[in-house]
Design a protein around this ligand. Structure first.
Ligand code: A3P
Length: 311
């Protein structure tokens, strides 16, 4: 059934050689097409669920660590946090990349509430029960040029397509500008969640990596309030917000023994989720002419929407 549907869809090759299929207007990784359909079909959201959505390589790992710590702050003391011994992706499982990849209809009913999951799929592709229930959606995106550079390092390091020579940077960038990349076009991915946020800000929180970098304490409080667990005066006095910020910081997570070696899902190097953790790294790779072309694209795609990125 899935194979039959696949054959009717437009196909492309991502710049790293991985196959993409066009579904509901988005270039989705063919590898996960079956699991995306299963996720759509079988997942039943509970009102207490927290769904961490993001554009790939926008800081998903950070978002997982932060949300896990915020939600479980009364369960584990900071110095006993499971983050100290488990990779964030093991604590907050990806829906289409893990749970629905391993099984068509996994039993998620026994996971204690509030359940926290992650997904990269676009807003309009999410299962109806996520959009229609009272569960919360937290979306994280990032300056697309930093995202592109981050993704490039990630794919090249993990060599997902052993037998394929990836496109050179300028050709890969050209594809990116056309919106042909995993979960692309990025503008439609972001605008889907942006519009959902504008329509219902209690349901969808919209975050940018750069803003989190600028003031993480502010955003930890904002997430906690959004989820309905604001920090109490007592917790504020204890400095819990700052402790969570420190626990989840790039330096701390990167240097933890558990994140330094080994793999996520058996194939992705854990260390590859922690590279530089900086804003503006794209300037080390892309030319001013590329940036200019990109500014024009953003003007066309984001102009008048209220969403924009500084480059
Ligand atoms: P860089 O490649 O630019 O360093 P994702 O988690 O969505 O795969 O995104 C990975 C990007 O987030 C990488 O960006 C990674 O270094 C960065 N990152 C991971 N953990 C982080 C943290 N705790 N704080 C800030 N950035 C983090």
């Amino acid at each position: 059934e899935v194979q039959e549907l696949l054959q009717t869809l437009e196909q492309q090759t991502n710049w790293d050689g991985s196959p993409l299929v066009k579904y509901d207007g988005f270039w989705l990784p063919a590898l996960f097409f079956r699991s995306i359909l299963s996720f759509q079909k079988y997942f039943k959201a509970k009102d207490s669920d927290v769904i961490l959505t993001s554009f790939p390589k926008s800081g998903t790992t950070w978002s997982k660590a932060l949300n896990y710590s915020i939600v479980n702050r009364n369960v584990y003391a900071i110095d006993q946090s499971p983050l100290l011994t488990c990779n964030p992706h093991a604590l907050v499982p990806p829906l289409e990349h893990d749970l629905y990849y391993l099984q068509d209809n996994p039993d998620l009913g026994n996971i204690p509430s509030p359940r926290i999951f992650s997904s990269h799929i676009p807003f309009n592709v999410l299962p109806a029960s996520i959009r229609e229930s009272k569960c919360k959606i937290i979306y994280l995106c990032r300056n697309p040029l930093d995202q592109f550079i981050s993704h490039r390092h990630f794919s090249l390091k993990n060599k997902f397509q052993n037998d394929v020579v990836p496109l050179e940077l300028d050709e890969a960038f050209d594809r990116f500008c056309q919106g042909i990349h995993s979960s692309g076009p990025f503008w439609d991915h972001m605008l889907g969640f942006w519009n959902a946020h504008l329509k219902n800000p209690e349901k969808v929180l919209f975050l940018k990596y750069e803003d989190l970098k600028e003031d993480i304490a502010f955003h930890i409080r904002k997430i906690a309030e959004f989820l309905g667990y604001p920090f109490t005066e007592e917790e504020e006095k204890q400095g819990l917000v700052e402790q969570i910020a420190k626990l989840c910081s790039f330096e701390n997570l990167k240097n933890l023994e558990v994140n330094r070696s080994g793999y996520v899902h058996g194939v992705v190097e854990k260390s590859s989720f922690f590279r530089k953790g900086k804003v503006g790294d794209w300037t080390n790779y892309l030319t001013p002419a590329m940036a200019e072309r990109f500014r024009e694209i953003m003007e066309i795609k984001f102009g008048g929407t209220g969403l924009m990125f500084k480059i």
